[in-house]
Ligand binder design. Structure first.
Ligand SMILES: [Zn+2]
Length: 229
């Protein structure tokens, strides 16, 4: 890991921490206790500080995750759909990895593949909306696709095949999604996935460990993809 990246993070934190002290200072007495009649303003400032701290933590973790890939063979726990946790081994595409990156972390794997190859991404969509406000907003997010129709995310190889953890497939032939349409991933669709309680946060750090073994397994594509990193 380049040490300069760590310095940048540490300086950013020192700055944020100081700004947070400044933000609450007007509501504290000389002893650091909240002044009477300033409780509401203090709580409001504290809420703001917490939001900024969470945002900073997420950004910091994303930066750290970019700087280090899990070493091959390292045990990893990743979160999938229905609050399931999967025990994976970095770089090993076994049954647990196939399930984790099919059920809950397909978008992380697709993002990691795109990062390495520069390939665009596509969403596999169900034919129809559930037509139920418990599972969908019933409104189009983009390209006529409502939130509940987003089922799977894949990378699109230069020959048009859809690549997920199970390999490369002609459009419409991904196992479990046979006959499904796909749409190009867009910022609007990503925003929808990030906001949706039905999608786990994309575990890019874990997914990066599986990209090379996956690309290596796509024998017929070997030599036909270009690495951007
Ligand atoms: Zn829907």
């Amino acid at each position: 890991m380049p040490i300069s990246s760590l310095h940048t993070l540490l300086r950013a934190y020192a700055d944020l921490d100081t700004q947070h002290r400044y933000r609450i200072a007007p509501f504290l007495d000389a002893d650091g206790q909240v002044q009477e009649d300033e409780e509401d303003a203090y709580e409001e400032a504290l809420d703001e500080i917490k939001d900024q701290a969470v945002e900073f933590l997420r950004a910091t973790m994303a930066t750290l995750a970019e700087l280090s890939e899990p070493p091959e063979g390292e045990p990893l726990t990743v979160h999938g759909t229905w609050r399931r946790r999967f025990s994976l081994t970095a770089g090993v595409i076994d049954d647990a990895a196939l399930t984790a990156f099919s059920e809950g972390q397909c978008h992380a794997l697709a993002l990691a593949v795109a990062e390495r190859t520069g390939w665009p991404l596509a969403a596999i969509v169900s034919d129809e909306c559930c037509l139920d406000l418990d599972c969908c907003t019933l409104e189009s997010v983009d390209q006529g696709v409502c939130p509940c129709r987003l089922e799977h995310v894949v990378a699109v190889a230069p020959d048009g095949s859809h690549v997920d953890i199970t390999g490369a497939h002609a459009p419409g032939t991904i196992p479990d999604y046979e006959g499904r349409d796909s749409v190009a991933m867009t910022d609007a669709l990503w925003d929808c996935i990030r906001r949706s309680p039905d999608w786990r946060p994309a575990d890019l750090h874990a997914a990066r460990a599986f990209v090379q073994p996956l690309l290596d397994s796509l024998g017929w594509l070997r030599g036909r993809y270009t690495l951007t990193a």
